[in-house]
Design a protein around this ligand. Structure first.
Ligand code: DX5
Ligand code: ZN
Length: 245
């Protein structure tokens, strides 16, 4: 499996001092920052949008390489994900991870039902790549991994996502209980795709990292477990060593 990438979720940061919190988390050993975008429609909560991401970007250097330190991993819990790709690219996002369910729910059953704001997951991955970003596809707990086969095995590199995000809670809030029931999805993906970046998000911390690492996850999101820790650097290093062991 690829090496560990630790991505603290800034959903658990102090939004009144977001820039400083992001810099501190990076100094404590984070690889990426996981940026949770919620629109109050796809999920029952609202966070912030591109203008905030652009301001935070000024505090954290752009990564110098693909997947490098300082990658802004934007988890788009929004309807109409295609509509916001360019905005987030301009704001300094590096990886745009949309929800598979949002791409399809707005695409409709027939090609005629598509509008400019709607798209199939395959078209959306291509579009994100054309905008110069890494592309991620996220799955809610109710969605099975088999929906991803077409994308992950596409003959066209532009249609293949750079990362898959398996949610281990229902998206919407930090601090929820880890759902171990989602790990077979991680296992199945790891078995088929040894080099794929597989991210897990929700309820990850010292108590749950062993299971997630054993299943084959390598990109680890942790919000409350990092920001709520007495010693966040220690938690980040524990998460990393567990994945890389
Ligand atoms: C939940 C978000 C997560 C959240 C994780 O919808 O996608 O990124 O911040 O928080 P914890 O790690 O506290 O479960
Ligand atoms: Zn998230």
């Amino acid at each position: 499996a690829p090496k560990a990438i630790i991505a603290p979720s800034i959903l658990s940061a102090d939004f009144a001092q977001l820039g400083a919190d992001c810099v501190r988390t990076m100094d404590q050993g984070a690889d990426w920052l996981h940026v949770d975008i919620m629109d109050g429609h796809f999920v029952p909560n609202i966070t912030f949008g591109a203008p905030v991401v652009a301001k935070v970007r000024k505090h954290v250097d752009k990564p110098s390489a693909k997947y490098g330190r300082g990658t802004f991993d934007c988890h788009m819990m929004i309807s109409e994900p295609k509509k916001w790709v360019k905005e987030f690219q301009k704001a300094g996002c590096d990886l745009y991870c949309f929800h598979y369910e949002a791409a399809y729910s707005s695409a409709g059953e027939s090609p005629e039902a598509k509008t400019d704001e709607t798209t199939s997951p395959r078209e959306l991955v291509r579009y994100i790549h054309d905008c110069g970003l890494l592309a991620g596809v996220a799955l809610k707990p109710a969605t099975g991994v088999e929906v991803l086969t077409e994308l992950l095995e596409s003959a066209d590199e532009k249609e293949r996502p750079d990362m898959v995000l398996i949610m281990t809670v229902e998206p919407g809030f930090g601090g929820q209980k880890f759902m171990a029931s989602e790990l077979p999805k991680v296992q199945a993906l790891r078995k088929k795709y040894p080099e794929l970046n597989i991210e897990v998000d929700g309820g990850l911390g010292p108590g749950t990292i062993d299971q997630a690492a054993d299943a084959g996850a390598n990109v680890i999101v942790a919000g409350s477990a990092v920001f709520g820790a007495k010693d966040p650097a220690e938690v980040i290093s524990l998460l990393r060593s567990t994945v890389d062991k």
